[in-house]
Design a protein around this ligand. Sequence first.
Ligand code: PEP
Length: 240
Amino acid sequence: MYFIANWKMFGVLNSLNSIHKVVKFLKNFKKNNSLKIIYCPPNTLIRPMTKKLKDTYIDVGAQNCHEHDKFGAFTGSVNSIMLKNVGAKYVIIGHSENRQAGESDKLINLKIKSAIKSGLKVIFCIGETLQQKRKKITKQVLNKQIGFGLNKIKIKNNIILAYEPVWSIGTGVIPKKNELFETINFIKKKINKCKVLYGGSVNPKNINDLKSIVNIDGYLIGGASQDPKKFIDIIKKTYS
Ligand code: PEP
């Protein structure tokens, strides 16, 4: 099971002290081979976090990257080569907060290609808005996001898919169990080589419900991942 922490635009150097609790917990946690933890902090914390997590099983990833896989005159941007260079092994691409800010499927496709070329694994986010859900076009939306996003990309173990309904992110609302099972199934049938995670308001209170949905391969966790106690609780409950 994957537990991916998306810290979003939160965290300064002092915030790294909190991950010590997670490292300590993992040392005493009965080792489960399927457990995979990836922290995605802001770019400013990738290097120091990588150093802190040396000799642990926790990997570090970034939250986005520029689409160019060469250096260039793009003020304020960071590309996948740079992220790899400071220790990132993964990068989140296509997060709804960036799609809402104007990231198109075509741009997402270029970003994924550049990340793979640089040797990063991609956590590719897809999901429908509330309006699209109400119109009952979730499957068409996901179909389009997957089709364009992964266009001409050879999928091996280089892509992890994260289904994140936009209406569930940061709202405390999660999909109904049967709906989530069906959507994950739909995604898996479409691209059978990927692990498929769920993201959207995952917390210690709803993890018991979520873990009963058997086709989910893990979770992308935003808000709750910034609190080590909640993050540990989610992991513990998943395996209990
Ligand atoms: C996210 O940012 O990807 C996310 C799922 O956030 P939250 O867990 O806070 O809903």
